[in-house]
Design a protein around this ligand. Structure first.
Ligand SMILES: [Zn+2]
Length: 264
């Protein structure tokens, strides 16, 4: 389950149960409030390509990273083009043409920006490897979840028994109405038709896909928070008619050897 905790004056989302299962993994979700953006982006919009003032976005990012104690130079983002490519991240910056990042680096924050799509974090505590995936309708249907898990189990030789998966906030099945063609890209158990309207249950699709790919049910951590249902706390692309802000989910493996060794 999900909880909002106070971090240096900002209300930050987290999944408390994760602490016991993966003590070196920190997954934090930015709130909607506490920033300087106005209008549809009010107020802590972290998305840079949504029509908000670049100065406001820069200040919002500064506030959020400062509140969670993250070094802005140790933040890795991907361009998020609704694909299924996962880039290897070794340092901070923006990785182009990718919707996922994987790293074995400590104290490197992997960021996924969303406002209805799901951030999905994979982590192996024994091999100390972490992946952050942008799992929206397109990326999920294109197989980014299976790719991410295959990458950790294959290239990084993670033990499937220990593999942790975290699903952040995103749009629930009741709120996510789509056209028939989009619905048909998903298996029958993940789509539903009522009163002539099609809906996709993306969180259910993600959960089943991740478990089918080898993650144990005991290692599945679901925020269970719908961005569309939570108007006071969350931006929602659907609910807000496409003009809205973006949240950041930051996944970090803590415990770097030496801060000085990184030139900070
Ligand atoms: Zn909902």
């Amino acid at each position: 389950m999900f909880a909002w905790i106070e971090m240096n004056g900002l209300s930050v989302g987290t999944v408390p149960a994760l602490a016991a299962a993966a003590p070196r993994l920190r997954v934090l979700f930015s709130p909607r409030g506490g920033g300087v953006s106005a209008g549809p982006f009010a107020s802590l919009n972290l998305g840079g390509a949504v029509g908000d003032s670049p100065r406001a976005v820069a200040e919002n990012r500064r506030r959020f990273l400062s509140a969670i104690g993250a070094d802005p130079r140790r933040i890795a983002r991907c361009a998020q083009v609704h694909g299924a490519r996962i880039a290897a991240a070794s340092r901070g910056g923006v990785y182009e043409r990718a919707d996922g990042l994987v790293t074995a680096e400590r104290d490197l924050g992997l960021v996924i920006g969303t406002a209805d799509c799901f951030p999905v974090i994979l982590h192996s505590p024994s091999e100390m490897v972490c992946a952050a995936l942008h799992a929206g309708r397109s990326g999920a249907a294109a197989g980014i979840l299976e790719r991410g898990i295959a990458l950790l189990l294959g290239r990084f030789r993670a033990d499937p028994h220990n593999l942790i998966a975290v699903c952040g906030p995103g749009i629930c099945g009741r709120c996510y109405e789509v056209g028939r063609d989009e619905a048909m890209k998903f298996p029958a158990w993940a789509r539903r038709r009522s009163a002539g309207r099609w809906h996709i249950d993306l969180p259910l699709f993600i959960r089943r896909t991740v478990l089918a790919a080898g993650v144990r049910e005991a290692n599945w951590f679901d925020a269970g928070l719908c961005t569309s249902c939570s108007a006071d706390r969350c931006f929602s692309h659907r609910r807000d008619g496409g003009r809205t802000g973006r949240h950041w989910t930051v996944a970090t493996m803590t415990g770097g050897r030496s801060a000085a060794g990184r030139g900070r």
